[in-house]
Design a protein around this ligand. Structure first.
Ligand code: HEC
Length: 138
């Protein structure tokens, strides 16, 4: 089979593969991301939207619950801290946010975060990625 392929064909197909790889990396950040984001969006609608409202605009949120969209504050926090807040491992005075420990796994919370990130601006996403990376280095 290889014998009948001309070298030129091989060059073209590896260039096409390279472009495909670049496009995948640029859009989603890795295989499985689309699935994760879809799962996160479902969890958000079921467990979070009732208080936090629409994930992008915050419309429909209860007064005390911050929007997770670009206007909110969520994108200032590293992933690890957000996971701790959602799973109730980070307590603070007057906390009204329920803990999802025992109801959601860490992986499911990560999926929700992956979904929330799709609504942030490119600048917010890269700022938050940097904050997350620095937190990991500590
Ligand atoms: C019963 C209402 C309620 C539900 C349901 C709820 N939250 Fe919250 N959440 C709040 C309130 C109120 C706050 C504001 C801080 C506080 O009072 O604890 C908050 C704060 C937060 C914060 C910290 C503030 C920030 O920086 O964004 C995060 C993160 C968060 N919620 C994520 C979630 C996620 C993810 C879900 C779903 C899995 C969820 N919340 C479900 C009420 C809720």
């Amino acid at each position: 089979m290889l014998l009948i392929l001309k070298p030129r064909t091989l060059v073209v197909s590896s260039a096409a593969l390279f472009v495909l790889a670049l496009a995948t990396a640029a859009c989603a950040g890795g295989p499985g991301d689309a699935e994760k984001i879809r799962a996160g969006s479902q969890i958000y609608s079921q467990s979070c939207a009732g208080c936090h409202g629409d994930a992008a605009s915050g419309r429909g949120a209860v007064p005390e619950a911050a929007s997770h969209g670009p206007q909110g504050h969520t994108w200032h926090h590293p992933d690890q801290q957000l996971i701790e807040i959602v799973l109730g491992r980070l307590d603070y005075p007057g906390r009204k946010m329920p803990s999802f420990e025992g109801q959601l796994t860490e992986g499911q919370v990560e999926a929700v975060l992956a979904y929330l990130k799709t609504n942030w601006t490119a600048d917010q996403r890269s700022f938050q990625a940097e904050v997350t990376r620095k937190w990991e280095d500590q």
